[in-house]
Design a protein around this ligand. Structure first.
Ligand SMILES: C[S@@+](CC[C@H](N)C(=O)[O-])C[C@H]1O[C@@H](n2cnc3c(N)ncnc32)[C@H](O)[C@@H]1O
Length: 246
């Protein structure tokens, strides 16, 4: 059975067919479910959506259809966030909620504008998940108290959406990917407001592309935060680190 699944996945263009077959066989509980999952994967659905979970920071999280699949490169931001050991964490544009949940905090808040993402995040996050535009749905009492803000906004420039892998274009809503003309539309808005929500000495971590990093740095500096860039070449990850004055 395993061999025929691997062959079908490989014929459909899955580069890691053996690994994917193993994940499907370990997740499905009946032969019918195996068949349904293989058929969905062969049809082009992302493996994480097919099996209903994705891993971030070594932890499994639920991912639902229509919700952005956390990327492996985001492990780098999670690693940076864990090192800060935040007590109060705010995960903006949380999607499945995996980023904040993987870092962990005594007080965890998350928000997203998409009701489907918020419902998914509520199954992953032990904390409060709010529905709305960026900071709008958050309780005012959180202002000035946040030790760590994480932000993985949609940051693909509109013109580059067509160049993304088919899986992303077909299975992830444009609103999870499209960051406007330069990809920084959401980052720009957050940079203008973040200082009001951070505690003294608090940090914001945001993932961007290598090309966007200098522009993002300028935005956070203009927002009153001291800013530098961390890069992980192995994971192709670039994270802007912006810190409030102590
Ligand atoms: C690239 S996904 C990242 C999701 C999650 N942070 C992760 O890394 O898996 C971007 C998320 O931003 C959300 N989003 C887009 N515009 C938003 C806005 N104005 N306010 C709040 N969330 C927004 C989308 O719904 C999507 O879930």
């Amino acid at each position: 059975m395993t061999d025929s699944i691997v062959e079908r996945l490989r014929a459909a263009g899955c580069v890691f067919a053996e690994d994917e077959a193993a994940v499907i066989l370990a997740t499905a509980t009946t032969p019918d479910e195996v068949e349904r999952m293989v058929a969905q994967r062969v049809g082009g659905a992302p493996l994480e959506i097919v099996v209903g979970w994705a891993e971030l920071g070594g932890i499994r999280f639920v991912v639902a259809p229509g919700v952005f699949v956390p990327r492996r490169r985001t492990d780098f931001l999670v690693q940076l966030g864990r090192a800060l050991q935040p007590r109060v964490l705010l995960d903006l544009c949380c999607g499945s909620g995996a980023v904040g949940a993987a870092i962990g905090a005594a007080e965890l808040h998350a928000s997203d504008i998409d009701p489907v993402a918020v419902e998914c995040a509520r199954s992953n996050v032990e904390g409060s998940v709010y529905l709305g535009d960026l900071f709008d749905p958050l309780p005012a009492a959180l202002r000035g108290r946040v030790h760590l803000i994480t932000l993985i906004a949609p940051y693909v420039p509109t013109d580059e959406i067509a160049l993304l892998p088919r899986e992303a274009r077909l299975y992830e809503p444009a609103a999870t990917l499209d960051g406007g003309a330069d990809g920084l539309a959401i980052v720009r808005r957050v940079a203008a407001e973040a200082a009001r929500w951070l505690a003294p000495g608090g940090t914001l971590l945001t993932e961007v592309s290598e090309q966007q990093a200098p522009h993002a740095v300028a935005l956070f500096e203009a927002g009153g935060l001291r800013t530098h860039v961390e890069e992980d070449e192995d994971r192709w990850a670039t994270v802007v680190v912006a810190t409030a004055a102590p």
